[in-house]
Design a protein around this ligand. Structure first.
Ligand code: ARG
Length: 458
């Protein structure tokens, strides 16, 4: 295909250079956005008297037909165009002739591509937010079912204090609610239109950028045309948001992998979300969770790649910026796929509260409550802490647990211990008495579930 910019050149582009330069094979996914943007541009041009009404009609009809043909599979992207923008424009001109050649008046590919990515990312981010809402709905449902199922809470992966399973997974619900906020915030900031910035300096035509922006659903326009064509902050903000989502998913996956092991057995993943081994007949592997954990690295990589691409670029547009797309597309695809596998994986996961409780009974996770017991009777906490430490050491030495130690032994450590201590250190007391806001007590759990309903989609 002859280049649109042939005028200045005596020689054709080298074939290898041409292939190297072309982005069509990946930016073709923005065909809808490119066409929508071009129709709005033609409308603006006609409204401002820059092209005629008739030409606008021809352009709009031609572009709509191209869209239909792409959607129906009649038109494919096999042509050797430089990018999706050139592809659509060339196809339009092939179909409608001279009017097609007027479409590119008062714009450049530099503002056109900046517009297309914004339109594309707005719609993809909306989908990711909706996927996150479904995930939060699933987490809330699981939490509602396990409000009083006790498990050990951990710090340093050592049994620390008793909590409920609901409490534990609601922590992830909170993370994903912040992820939604982060994406919505990024979209709010990126929702301004760069089109009309042209190559970098604006234009001498009497354009109406606000009209075009409004037609395309933007809240306003970019105020500096140089910034309009060279800004990719919105890609970086979204990539950061996506990286944080992946980090959250990855931490959750790590726990699921651990919990699925025979050493824990707190959950069992459904057969439909696990795989077997080619040699070990007994194996049931958490491949999906491992893959999601693994894919986190590639999304971080996408963020790093784009940060690095942009760091040394002088203003305004440079071809390096074409590298933004594969990074952001890969991250969008990966995040969407991971959430859509993760959500049904946890929805079908069997929770095993008996095993959680059994684990909670070992490991002295009620030791803090025992210290609080004598603290409430007037012993300074530091002293109570030391006494309980000695009692724990005694139990370990005598191979017993706090619940089974006779009160006479307790009294030998401190006379303030009475029979009611056993009630105080029962695991359900430990959980239910933690009524502080955000704590593991039932009221707090219900409040947390309630908070998440505004983010949840069921
Ligand atoms: N394919 C290019 C990109 O993705 C479009 C913009 C090209 N502009 C230019 N002046 N070469 O960045």
């Amino acid at each position: 295909m002859e280049k649109m910019w042939t005028g200045r050149f005596a020689k054709a582009l080298d074939k290898k250079a041409d292939d190297f330069n072309s982005s069509l094979h990946f930016d073709c996914r923005m065909f809808k956005e490119d066409i929508t943007g071009s129709i709005a541009h033609a409308e603006m041009l006609a409204r401002q008297g820059i092209i005629s009404e008739g030409e606008k009609e021809q352009i709009a009809d031609g572009l709509s037909a191209i869209l239909e043909d792409i959607l129906s599979g009649k038109l494919d992207f096999s042509a050797d165009a430089e990018d999706i923008h050139m592809f659509i424009e060339a196809e339009l001109t092939k179909r409608i002739g001279d009017a097609g050649k007027k479409l590119h008046t008062a714009r450049s590919r530099n503002d056109q591509v900046a517009l297309d990515i914004r339109l594309y990312l707005k719609s993809e981010t909306r989908q990711i937010i909706s996927n996150l809402k479904k995930l939060i709905g699933t987490i809330s449902d699981i939490a509602s079912e396990h409000k009083s199922d006790i498990m050990p809470g951990y710090t340093h992966l050592q049994r620390a204090q008793p909590i409920t399973f609901a409490h534990h997974i609601l922590a992830y619900g909170m993370m994903f609610s912040r992820d939604i906020e982060r994406l919505e915030d990024a979209v709010r900031r990126m929702n301004i239109s760069p089109i009309g910035s042209c190559a970098l300096a604006g234009t001498t035509y009497p354009t109406d950028r606000e009209f075009e922006a409004e037609k395309l659903g933007f809240d306003g326009i970019t105020l500096n045309s140089i910034d309009g064509v060279s800004d990719r902050d919105f890609c970086l903000e979204l990539l950061s948001g996506f990286s944080i989502i992946m980090m959250h998913l990855s931490r959750f996956c790590e726990e699921i992998i651990l919990w699925s092991s025979w050493e824990f057995k707190f959950v069992e993943l459904d057969d439909s979300f696990t795989t077997g081994s080619s040699i070990m007949p007994q194996k049931k592997n958490s491949d999906m969770a491992e893959l999601i954990r693994g894919k986190t690295g590639r999304v971080y990589g996408d963020l790093m790649a784009l940060l690095t691409t942009l760091k040394g670029l002088p203003l305004a547009y440079n071809k390096d910026m074409q590298e933004d797309k594969e990074a952001i597309f890969d991250a969008v695809d990966t995040v969407k796929m991971c959430i859509s596998v993760f959500t049904p994986m946890i929805a079908t996961m069997k929770v095993l509260p008996d095993n959680m409780l059994a684990a909670a009974k070992k490991g002295f996770i009620n030791a803090t409550d025992l210290a609080d017991y004598i603290t409430k009777k007037g012993v300074p906490f530091r002293e109570a802490y030391k006494t309980v430490g000695e009692i724990v050491a005694y139990c370990i030495e005598h191979n017993t647990v706090l619940e089974d130690l006779p009160v006479s032994v307790y009294k030998s450590f401190n006379d303030l211990f009475e029979d009611d201590l056993y009630e105080e250190i029962s695991l359900s007391t430990c959980v239910n008495k933690r009524t502080s806001a955000g704590g593991t007590g039932i009221k707090s759990i219900e409040k947390q579930i309630d908070f998440l309903t505004k983010y949840a989609d069921k």
